[in-house]
Design a protein around this ligand. Structure first.
Ligand code: DAH
Length: 356
């Protein structure tokens, strides 16, 4: 009995893992374990000897059992201690700083413009950047022979020689969204469409991809006066100061009458200051929507009329934030983005002041 005890208690004491411990348990207390076999032998003994040996075996079994449990708990504690030591982490250390990205000025201005027009009840409409030449030109009263088509330096989509679908273009302006919105909603209607547009042109003031925001308002009796009020409200909110506008008679195929709109500014000290001085800067085209355009959009010109305008987002971003070169918008220069970009939470709202 003493040999058995010593043997198993020694083996338990040196078992280095839960698996080794389990082997010891099976050898002693398993179905065919040494202690279990000894217990089975009790049946063949004399009653007196059996009573004594049985009691001693029970004590031994309990002793081994509790030694196993104690050792198992100790192994678990040791494993946990080891993990705690290895995986220790000082959560009070300062974090490693990571460079934050910035919001591109065009995205920022896009949101600012949207916030201001939304406040005047304009919804945001969208259209495809790959557009059919019907939406981009014909529906806007720009027929095939019209000089405006040639002037626009249009990118035409490639087509296989036997492809007879009508030509598709990269939209040269956001005006096709006027037609799509009329078709989708009819009149009355009040939308703006900020979006990307494309023209095959590249120099200091032109990039092949740029941005416009289109505006369209239709109702029974809208006039140029409504157009002028909307634009002056917009520019004043956008630049954060009262901005006077000047309307100059012009021509666009999709409006009649048409006007180019200038905003008041000074050029003092070589920089542009909007809303002061007696200089003028052209910022958009506009007019009363041409009856042919209304018809192309499925609207009866006898029942609805209204105004439209188209403005360069890049242009007004440059004016507001003093960005000198249009091309820099598209160069993805990180130093430029850090300088002119906006913090992610600098979200434009009217109550927060769209103008900064
Ligand atoms: N689509 C014109 C352009 O890209 C701009 C424009 C002029 C839009 C007059 C209009 C408008 O809606 O009425 O040059």
């Amino acid at each position: 009995m003493d040999d058995l005890r010593k043997n198993y208690l020694d083996r338990i004491a040196v078992a280095a893992s839960e698996a080794a411990l389990e082997e010891v348990r099976i050898a002693a207390l398993g179905k065919k374990g040494e202690i279990s076999l000894k217990m089975r032998e009790l049946g063949a003994m004399e009653p007196a000897a059996r009573a004594a040996a049985g009691a001693a075996l029970n004590v031994l079994r309990d002793e081994i059992d509790s030694a196993l449990r104690a050792r198992k708990a100790a192994l678990g504690d040791a494993a946990l201690d080891e993990r705690l030591a290895a995986e220790w982490l000082d959560v009070t250390l300062p974090g490693r700083p990571r460079r934050q990205g910035t919001i591109h000025p065009i995205s920022q201005v896009w949101e600012e413009v949207t916030a201001i027009f939304a406040d005047m009840g304009f919804a945001v409409a969208e259209g495809p950047e790959v557009e059919s030449d019907w939406y981009n030109f014909d529906a806007l009263n720009i027929p095939g022979h019209h000089p405006a088509r040639a002037e626009m330096d249009t990118f035409y989509m490639h087509r296989a020689p036997d492809d007879n679908r009508p030509p598709a273009v990269l939209r040269t302006h956001t005006s096709p969204v006027q037609i799509r919105s009329m078709e989708a909603q009819g009149a009355p209607l009040r939308i703006i469409c900020p979006g990307r547009v494309y023209r095959a042109d590249y120099d200091q003031t032109h990039t092949p991809n740029f941005h416009q925001v289109e505006g369209l308002a239709l109702d029974r009796d809208l006039t140029m006066a409504n157009l002028k009020w909307v634009l002056e409200e917009f520019f004043s909110a956008y630049f954060g100061t009262r901005v006077r506008t000047r309307f100059r008679a012009s021509h666009f195929p999709f409006t009649e009458p048409s006007a180019e709109v200038d905003i008041q500014c000074s050029f003092e000290g070589g920089t542009v200051h909007v809303g002061e001085g007696d200089g003028w800067l052209e910022v958009l085209g506009s007019g009363m929507v041409h009856p042919k355009v209304l018809k192309a959009g499925g609207i009866d010109p006898a029942k609805a009329q209204g105004f439209a305008f188209g403005m360069g987002i890049d242009r007004i971003a440059m004016l507001k934030y003093g960005i000198p070169d249009l091309r820099s918008f598209f160069e993805s220069d990180l130093r430029w983005l850090r300088h002119y970009g906006f913090a992610a939470l600098d979200v434009p709202t009217l109550h927060g002041g769209v103008a900064r």
